[in-house]
Design a protein around this ligand. Structure first.
Ligand code: 5RP
Length: 232
């Protein structure tokens, strides 16, 4: 990763940890930027003896949080999330997102949904005029439903592809044991709300990576190390 971009991600990650207060329950996102924030949280807990509980959104964030000394809970034990933080693959001017490059979007959405505050951490390269301009939309599916869900995505104007493993033969298998289809839209997604509804109404779709009207704050890390704070 280029040095400027790494610094930008680090700036956003450090900024969200300044929003954390003693006693909070935190949703812990997944991905390289969320990981930087988890590490920064671990450092703050050690230094200030902060008492917080983290609810992880993936096996990856759970393992990292444990290694950083962050006490963990679940939505059963800690259902009221004060603040969830996470990265994103794209963010439009209305703070709508595409997530799921790390195939963690289903758990990320579950944890973020109930959070009082959902703070997104990005660098400026993630800002787009139209969602789907650069990144495909990830759709998590029950394996037997891959063909009908791909047909549905083609009808929506997308080019769907089953995501394949790296260092593993065959499809990527999510933390839930499902598969992921990446759907590329040639000119971006013209009506995200329709794509959202259509996919959720399609049997075999567990969830997809459109996060509409969910983010309350977006912290945009800049190469200079400054942070731009966008609010809903
Ligand atoms: C994982 C995600 C990530 O949050 C998203 O892909 C951003 O990752 P990164 O911070 O590494 O760019 O949605 O499913």
């Amino acid at each position: 990763m280029a040095e400027g971009r790494k610094q930008a991600k680090m700036a956003a990650a450090e900024a969200v940890i300044h929003l954390v207060e003693d006693g909070m329950t935190l949703g812990l996102g997944t991905g390289s930027t969320a990981s930087l924030a988890i590490e920064a949280l671990g450092r703050r807990i050690e230094k200030e003896k902060l008492r917080v509980t983290g609810v992880p959104t993936s096996f990856a964030s759970e393992r990292l949080a444990r290694a950083c000394g962050i006490p963990l809970g679940t939505l059963d034990t800690n259902g009221d999330i004060d603040l969830a933080f996470d990265g994103a693959d794209e963010c439009d001017s209305g703070l709508n997102l595409i997530k799921g490059r790390g195939a963690a979007h289903t758990r990320e959405k579950i944890v973020a949904f109930g959070a009082s505050r959902f703070v997104i951490l990005i660098d400026a390269s993630k800002r787009v005029d139209r969602l789907g301009s650069h990144m495909p939309l990830p759709v998590e599916v029950v394996p037997m439903a891959v063909s009908p869900v791909m047909a549905c995505l083609r009808a929506l104007g997308a080019h769907p592809e089953l995501r394949m493993g790296v260092k593993k033969d065959g499809p990527v298998v999510t933390d839930q044991g499902f598969w992921v289809i990446d759907a590329q839209f040639d000119a971006g997604i013209s009506d995200p709300a329709i794509v959202d509804r259509t996919l959720l109404d399609t049997p075999g779709v567990l969830d997809h990576g459109l996060f509409l009207d969910m983010a309350t704050d977006v912290l945009v890390g800049l190469d200079s190390g400054d942070v731009e704070h966008l609010r809903r």
